[in-house]
Design a protein around this ligand. Sequence first.
Ligand SMILES: Cc1ncc(COP(=O)(O)OP(=O)(O)O)c(N)n1
Ligand SMILES: Cc1nc(C(=O)O)sc1CCOP(=O)(O)O
Ligand SMILES: [Mg+2]
Length: 209
Amino acid sequence: MRYTLSGLYGITDPTLMPTLDQMLIQVERSLMGGATLIQYRDKSPDSEKRLSEASALNHLCQRYAVPLIINDDVALAETVAAAGVHLGQSDGNIKDARTRLGPNAIIGVTCHDSLALAEKAALDGADYVAFGAFFPSKTKPHAKAAPLELIHSAKEKLTLPIVAIGGISVDNANKIIAAGADMVAVIHALYAQNDIEATAQHFHQQFNN
Ligand SMILES: Cc1ncc(COP(=O)(O)OP(=O)(O)O)c(N)n1
Ligand SMILES: Cc1nc(C(=O)O)sc1CCOP(=O)(O)O
Ligand SMILES: [Mg+2]
């Protein structure tokens, strides 16, 4: 199946979602509010926990016909038959991931503040490129900063969907979207909110304005 990569991209966080039940409830609220892509992101060394969480999350996302992306871990994406994987610059190469996951898998790649990395990712077969951090991030306070103008230049040079990440909230997403980002990837300003569904709706509406 082919998906449109546009809108709100919610990323799970084990601190904000300390149990599987909490994770499923919080992610479901974001799906009800209009999230169009979900990423399972957990650095735990407990592979059984990661397998059961990713598998349960994949079933939930399938009920909403929303793709689930697994962060870092191609093998886990393959095992749970997730829609794809997100790879950082040290998380393995795109061609190997493509071989394992197949032609329809969604492969996203972190490009930090670099158009050159994005052009290479495009040539290697990525399905989206992610730039950031555009604002100070509560989740990743030491993330390298990226300027807003990068989105404009990326839009001119690339045909791939552009994901923006890092400190994005309902209050600053308009700047990112106006610059040309296809998706905003959000952790804290979505999943730390009291009303996750309303917050997701708020992000979602900004793409339709
Ligand atoms: C959508 C999206 N963009 C960037 C990242 C960061 O990936 P990476 O640089 O590999 O860092 P970790 O998330 O693995 O700590 C991401 N996960 N998702
Ligand atoms: C996982 C991640 N990667 C980033 C990058 O810049 O590559 S920033 C980030 C954290 C995003 O969380 P929040 O929405 O809470 O800032
Ligand atoms: Mg990574």
